[in-house]
Design a protein around this ligand. Structure first.
Ligand code: GLN
Length: 540
């Protein structure tokens, strides 16, 4: 387009969980549908350097980018909606901002000066915001500010936005997401929380340009006018965001409300009267909402109380389901509740089994029992990361007869000596004790199931793990019927295992779920859902 990058800031007020990530991704989708290049960035106000060490119960899934950044799960939404790759630069935390500033301070960059929140922390925030526009030539950079306006933690971010608004003038716009609650007793929608939230922003020197109002009921023209009057915005800049049936409806709802046009208008850009081109999106949504069949897939994990812990897996099933014309019903199974006496019962009625990623020892026993059942009963199985690791441990114990087979991730003081089927291979990884993160190449074996699924021999997938298959045992595995069908060409690490004699049994050391998007559903999920529909159905 050859013009300056425009910056869109998305803040949130009244309460958390209003769906800033989905609104940001939806706005980005509309701008992308108009032919613009867009990326989205998330600024998180917590002090961890990244969410890598956070318990999934705290923060949901940790999303991993191509360049190996451990990031907020909203980046998953951005990638799934836009079909673009994000990177470390797309997720910044307060911890990282302070770390950068303190590192500079130690290097003597601020010699003689007192290092302060303003200007040093805010300058670093501004630098991180502008990096994407400066280095990549995007037409739009959308920056989502995590947290809720009024929180102590987000103050420096709002201050950075205030300064940027002053510096950039017409090249930036602030979208504020608020809640318009419905009071059942009064039978009315209430605008006061929105008014207060905008006041809170104004106290910090930021006048929002556009208000996106989350609501359970339609906003009347009068109500929009009232909000506009109290909050100093144009009535057309009060955008209704009504509760949607699925997150994938939100771009279309925002299109009806003309959010893209209002934003572009505020940025002084002319808009083509034609709507954004969302043909592919409509096709996906139509298939997603009108499935011809239903299948049940069991998802075994240990964080299932919080479904967000498996966000990308759930969304990958949505994409793969739409591709197959199938509704995938996920049956959540707690790994700690599965044992040898109840496994048949727990897995009855399922057409497929997915064993999820995870860390630590808790729940491994239940995962192994579930995999044994799937292997012995021809139930389609997909094991991801720890799920694949449990599959090889199960095979070693029950087919190779190696009773002590385990991963060295378990406690060092384990009662029995461990046969290390999975271990931290420090020499190979040259980074023992840390994780293999981000994209790595993988060569598939010609004619394998993995090859049929991917239809390529050379693939690249994202990783997030420390333990690796111990190649000392590979020949034994292959002679007994579990083959390594995907190998890392650089270091011979096993990346994919499968059982050719089983109808559909695949374990992957990487995380396919991070690469599934609406435009490109992941082939492993598409293949797994298809197999569950065909093979799994006959088992029930
Ligand atoms: N805990 C295992 C490892 O670090 C598996 C990790 C995962 O499932 N993401 O190797």
């Amino acid at each position: 387009m050859g013009q300056k990058t425009k910056y869109i800031f998305v803040t949130g007020g009244v309460t958390s969980s209003l769906g800033k990530g989905i609104i940001s991704a939806s706005l980005a989708k509309l701008l992308q549908g108009r032919g613009h290049s867009v990326t989205i960035q998330k600024l998180d106000p917590y002090i961890n350097i990244d969410p890598g060490t956070l318990n999934p119960y705290e923060h949901g899934e940790c999303f991993v980018t191509e360049d190996g950044a451990e990031t907020d799960l909203d980046l998953g939404h951005y990638e799934r909606f836009l079909n673009i790759n994000t990177s470390q630069a797309n997720n910044i935390t307060t911890g990282r901002i302070y770390q950068n500033v303190i590192t500079k301070e130690r290097k003597g960059d601020f010699l003689g000066k007192t290092v302060q929140v303003i200007p040093h922390i805010t300058d670093e925030i501004k630098r991180c915001i502008k990096i994407l526009g400066n280095e990549h030539n995007y037409d739009f950079v959308i920056t989502e500010i995590g947290g809720t306006v009024g929180d102590i933690e987000s103050l420096p971010y709002v201050e950075a936005v205030r300064q940027l608004k002053w510096e950039m003038g017409n090249d930036c716009v602030v979208v504020h997401l608020t809640l318009v609650p419905y009071l059942a007793a009064a039978g009315e929608l209430k605008t006061k929380p929105t008014q207060h939230s905008v006041k809170a922003l104004l106290e910090l020197g930021v006048q929002p340009d556009i208000l996106v109002c989350r609501t359970e009921h339609k906003l009347t023209k009068d109500l929009k006018r009232k909000i506009a009057r109290f909050c100093n915005v144009n009535p057309e800049a009060v955008v209704e965001s009504i509760d949607a049936e699925t997150i994938y409806d939100v771009p279309l709802l925002m299109e009806e409300e003309k959010l893209d046009c209002v934003v572009m208008d505020k940025l002084g850009m002319s808009t083509d009267p034609k709507n954004a081109d969302l043909t592919q999106w409509h096709r996906f949504l139509d298939r997603h909402k009108n499935p011809e069949t239903t299948i049940k897939i069991g998802l075994v994990g240990k964080y299932i109380e919080l479904k967000d812990a498996y966000k990308s897996i759930v969304e990958s099933f949505v994409h793969a389901g739409a591709e197959n014309g199938t509704d995938v019903e996920i049956v959540w199974l707690h790994s700690e509740d599965i044992n040898d006496s109840n496994v048949a019962n727990q897995l009855s009625g399922l057409q497929g089994l997915l064993v999820a990623p995870g860390f630590g020892e808790r729940g491994i026993g239940g995962k192994i029992e579930a995999i044994k059942y799937a292997r012995e009963n021809g139930l389609p199985f997909l094991g991801i990361c720890l799920g694949m690791q449990c599959a090889v441990i199960e095979f070693a114990r029950n087919v190779l007869g190696l009773d002590g087979a385990h991963t060295t991730e378990i406690r060092e003081d384990a009662a029995e000596p461990v046969i290390a089927i999975m271990e931290d291979q420090k020499e190979i990884n040259k980074m023992g004790g840390t994780m293999r993160l981000g994209a790595y190449p993988c060569d598939l074996k010609e004619g394998s199931k993995a090859h049929q699924i991917y239809r390529h021999l050379e693939i690249s997938e994202r990783h997030r793990h420390r333990f690796e298959f111990n190649n000392k045992y590979l020949a034994d595995f292959e002679s007994k019927g579990m083959v390594a069908s995907g190998i890392n060409p650089d270091n011979q690490l096993v990346e994919v295992v499968e059982i050719p004699n089983h109808p559909w049994f695949v374990g992957v050391q990487f995380h396919p779920e991070y690469k599934s998007t609406v435009a490109e559903p992941h082939p492993l999920f598409v293949g797994f859902v298809k197999a569950a529909g065909e093979i799994g159905k006959s088992l029930v």
